[in-house]
Ligand binder design. Sequence first.
Ligand SMILES: [Zn+2]
Length: 350
Amino acid sequence: MEHTITTPLAGAGQAAPARAPYKPLFFAALLLLAALAGLCGWLAAERQAALARTGSLDQQSARLEARLEELEALTVRQEEALAQAEERLAQAQTELDAAQDAIALLEEYSYAAPDGTVPEYTQLYPGFYAPDWQGEAVAGGKVCCLTFDDGPSANTDRVLDILDRYGVKATFFVVGSGSVSAASQERMRKIVAAGHSIGMHSWSHDYKKIYGSVEAFLEEFNQLYQWIHEVTGVYPQVYRFPGGSINGYDRGVYQEIIAEMARRGFSYYDWNASAQDATVQPRPAGDIAADCLKGVGKDLAVVLAHDSAARGTTVDALPAVIEGYQAAGYTFSPLHPGVEQVTFGYPKPR
Ligand SMILES: [Zn+2]
């Protein structure tokens, strides 16, 4: 009994202490809840921060992508600029090369003596300078320049008629001493009026006289230059050496003559196809035409033929020559400073 009495007593006496364990448990639960709430809050804040970070990362990434695109565009532009700069550099190099060539040519052709003095012939004939030329350049591409030396002559009118019939412009290198008659002067005017080029071929055509000295050459060509102007009203721009620029008479003076005439603005032309018509007996027209057409295949064919009374078969050959070049796709041009010079090369020094 004692046991049963005490037990409730004990139980009653221990009622408060018996509830005591619930209090810490309650607090523990409360703490746990608080901790959980804190954790949730922290997690939410973290999530928010992470989201914010992601957002800012997205923005950053977009900015980087935009920057990358800008850089790529810049690279393309820089590559283009580089290509342009390279092109300009190549162009400048070409110009430099041309300038150096010109300097080398001037040194080669220098009219100053080794001691630096200038030859006195440069002071001669102050009115003997080629007029400025402002036409267009002819840059090859199947161009044929027909040239007739030694005229005008009794054949000039026929030559002019044939050229006119084909609508072809050519060049006449006239000789002064052969052009003093009224008929010759009229032919010179016809040459110019028809749109052909009139060029100089010396006054006398006397090799020994012309090539005796630079001074003699200048005297001959100045006389003819003034004469052509007096008769036709135009000053010639081009000339041809009797016998070609390098012949058996001018070995000692041709370089100085070329330099001095170039300084005065004149262009000379040799030839790269010839009628071979300067023969004692006239050659058959067919042979002459065949020789003239040997220039077919050259980018720029300069054909030498003669306009003199004895060269009737040359005139006979002319239609076949023109038709031959036309059939090969050539156009015709008179000679003027815009046509690339066709000249004999210097002989190799021994
Ligand atoms: Zn001649």
